[in-house]
Write a protein that binds this ligand. Structure first.
Ligand code: PRP
Ligand code: URA
Length: 209
C-alpha cells in the first residue's frame, strides 16, 4: 500500500497557516504555494538513487555520489497545480513538464479533462504529479490513470491539502502512488470543499474571485 507522508515541518506549517487565512492575497498565496512545494519536493525526492563516481577535488582523488536513475518529469494539474511547478523546478531544474487540464464539474464533482500535453518520453521518466488540493481525489485519480496509460511506472503525488476521503480513494485506485502533503484536513463540506481548507486554490492563486 502506498504511503501518505504528512510533512509538518514548522516552515511548512507556518506557510500553510498564511495560505488558509482568507485575508492573504494572491501574491502572498502564490509565494507560499511555491515555497511549500519546494519543501514537499525535498521530502518526496529523499529516495532518489545515487551512483558513485570518481572525481578529483583540488586536493585529492575521491569517490562522490551523483543522482542517477530515471529522469524526472513534473506533471501539473491545471489550473492550481501551476502554482507548485516553480517550487519543484527550483530543486529539479532539468525536469520536463507536462500539463493535464482538468476541472471539477461543480454539480457532479466529477473531473472533466480538457487538455493534455506531456513530454514525448514521459513513459521513460519518473513522474511527480502536482496539485495542491486532493478533495474527492477524483482529479488526481484520473490524471494518474492517464499517466499509467502512457506507460509511466513510478508516480508520486505532491499536494498541499488532502482529506481522509481523498486519501482512501487514491489509495484504493492507485495503491502504488505515495502521497506527500502538508496537512490532512478534517472533511469535505456539502459542496466538496476541504474543511477548514483554504478555499478554491485556483481562484486564490490567480485572483479570479
Ligand atoms: C481543484 C484542484 C484539484 C481539484 C480537486 O481544481 O486544483 O484539481 O479541484 O478536487 P477533487 O479532488 O475533488 O477532484 P478545480 O476543479 O477547482 O479547477 P481549477 O484548478 O482550474 O480551479
Ligand atoms: N478544490 C479546491 O480548490 N479547493 C477545495 O477545497 C476543494 C477542491
Amino acid at each position: 500500500m502506498a504511503q501518505v507522508h504528512v510533512i509538518n515541518h514548522p516552515l511548512i506549517v507556518h506557510k500553510l497557516s498564511l495560505m488558509r487565512d482568507k485575508y492573504t492575497g494572491p501574491k502572498e498565496f502564490r509565494e507560499a504555494v511555491e515555497e511549500i512545494s519546494s519543501l514537499l519536493c525535498y521530502e518526496a525526492t529523499r529516495d532518489l538513487p545515487l551512483k558513485e563516481v570518481e572525481i578529483e577535488t583540488p586536493i585529492a582523488q575521491t569517490k562522490v555520489k551523483f543522482i542517477s536513475g530515471k529522469k524526472l518529469a513534473v506533471v501539473c494539474l491545471l489550473r492550481a497545480g501551476l502554482g507548485m511547478v516553480d517550487g519543484v523546478l527550483d530543486l529539479i531544474p532539468n525536469a520536463k513538464i507536462g500539463h493535464i487540464g482538468m476541472y471539477r464539474d461543480p454539480d457532479t464533482m466529477q473531473p472533466v479533462e480538457y487538455y493534455c500535453k506531456l513530454p514525448t518520453d514521459i513513459a521513460s521518466r519518473d513522474v511527480i504529479v502536482v496539485d495542491p488540493m486532493l478533495a474527492t481525489g477524483g482529479s488526481a485519480i484520473v490524471a494518474i490513470q492517464f499517466l499509467k496509460n502512457y506507460g509511466v511506472q513510478n508516480i508520486k503525488l505532491l499536494s498541499i491539502l488532502a482529506v481522509p476521503e481523498s486519501i482512501s480513494a487514491i489509495q484504493e485506485e492507485h495503491p502504488d502512488v505515495d502521497i506527500f502533503c502538508a496537512s490532512v484536513d478534517e472533511k469535505l463540506n456539502e459542496k466538496g470543499y476541504i474543511v477548514p481548507g483554504m478555499g478554491d486554490a485556483g481562484d486564490r492563486l490567480f485572483g479570479t474571485k
